[in-house]
Design a protein around this ligand. Sequence first.
Ligand code: 13P
Ligand code: SF4
Length: 372
Amino acid sequence: MNRKDFYNYEIDFKTNNFNSFPHDIVSENELKLVNEILERKKSLNGDVVILSHHYQSKWIADIGDFVGDSFELSAKISKIDAKKIIFAGVHFMAESADILSREDQTIYLPNTLAGCPMADMATIGELENVWSQLTEVLPNKKIVPITYMNSTAEIKSFCGEHNGAVCTSSNAESVLKWAYSVGDVVLFLPDKNLGRNTATKMGIPQSEQIIYDFNEALGGHSESDIQKAKIILWNGFCHVHTYFAPDMVKSLKESGKKVTLLVHPESNPDVIALADGVGSTKYITEYIEKSELDETIVVGTEINLVYRMAQKFPNKKIVPLRKSLCPNMYRINIPLIHKAIMEFPVDMEIHVPENIKENAKKALERMLEIAK
Ligand code: 13P
Ligand code: SF4
């Protein structure tokens, strides 16, 4: 099967045959590049490190010195001796790495077009506008802005400047608990699903969770609704995870198979309600690693993670809920990593402007402190 067939590929749920997923099929030339990347890394004698997110394909994960979730990758930066860090992830991750890096380190993103649509759903102009509406309607309440890691550096900077914090899917609950210990109400952005799934888990009733649509006056709410809210959710989402729907889970359960369903918290609440386990990419990979051989695990997250796990544990039954690919993670490929490590091109460098860095760092470091 070649790459062209990738999009036509269907997973065989009856046999659990997932081993023919074509994403790890590389050409002769790519294999040659992989070897050159590894040789070059060796010759640079520890001066370059490749960090890969769990949503990268098998080959790219294998080239990586470290594979992790968003939190682990950002927590790693200051502990790395290397001066050059090639980030096999998306733009907001590379920006966070730059913010947390030392002066003598440079972050390279092999394709600077590898963005994240959810991060782009919150712009600084929109946030400033919403903030001034909220502070007017809630003059006596302390609003704490919390942004998911999947946001631009400018949004993180705003949160740092307004005594808020960053969170990731692995620590959203701890960060929200901290927020309620210092304030009255949380403005959570940009992912409404991570926000409401975490709030629901913490026992915040639906009536105190509102989704704020910045295109509408007061986000589409009355002043009294806003005054009653405990969490105000930005209207952002991830298309890779909102693709999963409850009927997919129901048809799976109706098949009579005994399965464990693990999903990422960016999924819709109606899918989360049917899941057996909910957590970050780290949580999902660790669950699979520790699971028993006879447990069939259905996974609702990006397809490359699921495939890599199925390959790593061929004696376990690891099945994707549906094939859902992050097209931005896919923009990082072997030829571009090869170019990065051979030439360290200036146009692959990620530099967050100094005026944004300081407060963004405050928000990120607050998260690292809370999640310790
Ligand atoms: P994790 O923080 O769980 O690695 O997820 C990042 C992400 O982009 C999920 O879509
Ligand atoms: Fe962004 Fe979704 Fe891709 Fe994660 S999976 S990087 S949230 S588009």
